[in-house]
Design a protein around this ligand. Structure first.
Ligand code: PEP
Length: 255
């Protein structure tokens, strides 16, 4: 049985005051949930404050990116140890917006995953095709490259700590959700790839989230699919009401 994991990616939204209000509201609304891992990923400036605000709660904090070097003259970057020190447990790596706007590649994703693991952070590794690739029937090829290159030289024991997030780029922030069948098809494919690399038993234990316009209205049918183990939520994680509803509904799905 894989434990459900729902993570909220706040992207470049929320001042300290707004972020604190949201964290306090989520703590109040979600304190009873025990069977689901809950994560919020605010901007860097809020990490330490929100890790404090959520201490001893069932909500963990994650960063949205990191740099792979331990320290040094890398203006503007944040190291794994700094993120850990701020109270984070998770870090998103390889989000499509980083790939699209900030030159993230499978090679930099691989370096970041290794650096995160070395520091005891849990990577949430994003993979997914864009619209052009889907329409050209290249979805599986793109996913295969993201997995094979992004996870190159990661051991089976390290892989057991990693979360994979399947995020079709055409569904992110567009209101277009992949159908549960489309999500399941790719999740199953990803688990098959992981099984080839790490063996079936290990692959069965790896959690794969779906991301792309997840809302309270569609989470249950997505979660009902056998290989969907949770969600990475963007827009709907910015309001307590919608994020709490997504987490609560996901926690009610039994497989
Ligand atoms: C995301 O940012 O990872 C995401 C899935 O965004 P949205 O839910 O807004 O599509």
């Amino acid at each position: 049985m894989r434990k459900t994991i729902i993570a909220g990616n706040w992207k470049m939204y929320k001042t300290l005051k707004d972020g604190q209000e949201l964290a306090v509201a989520l703590r109040r609304d979600l304190y009873k949930i025990e069977n689901t891992d809950i994560v919020i990923c605010p901007p860097f400036t809020l990490l330490g404050f929100l890790a404090d605000a959520l201490e001893s709660s069932n909500i963990a904090v994650g960063a949205q990116d990191l740099y792979w070097q331990e320290e040094g003259a890398f203006t503007g970057e944040v190291s794994p140890a700094m993120i850990k020190d701020a109270g984070c447990l998770y870090v998103i790596i390889g989000h499509s917006e980083r790939r699209q706007f900030f030159d993230e590649t499978n090679e930099t994703v691989n370096k970041k995953i290794k650096a995160a693991l070395k520091c005891g952070l849990i990577p949430i590794v994003c993979v997914g095709e864009n619209l052009q690739e889907r329409e050209a029937d290249k979805t599986f090829k793109v996913i295969e490259e993201h997995i094979n290159k992004g996870l190159a030289d990661i051991s089976a024991s390290d892989m057991s700590k990693i979360i994979v997030a399947y995020e079709p780029v055409w569904a992110i922030g567009t209101g277009k959700t992949a159908t549960p069948e489309q999500a399941q098809e790719v999740h199953k494919f990803i688990r098959g790839l992981l099984s080839k690399i790490y063996g079936q038993e290990a692959a069965e234990g790896i959690r794969i989230q779906y991301g792309g316009s997840v809302k309270p209205e569609n989470i249950t049918e997505l979660m009902n699919k056998p290989d969907v183990d949770g969600a990475l939520v963007g827009g709907a994680s910015l309001k307590a009401e919608s994020f709490a509803a997504i987490v609560t509904k996901a926690s009610e799905v039994t497989k």
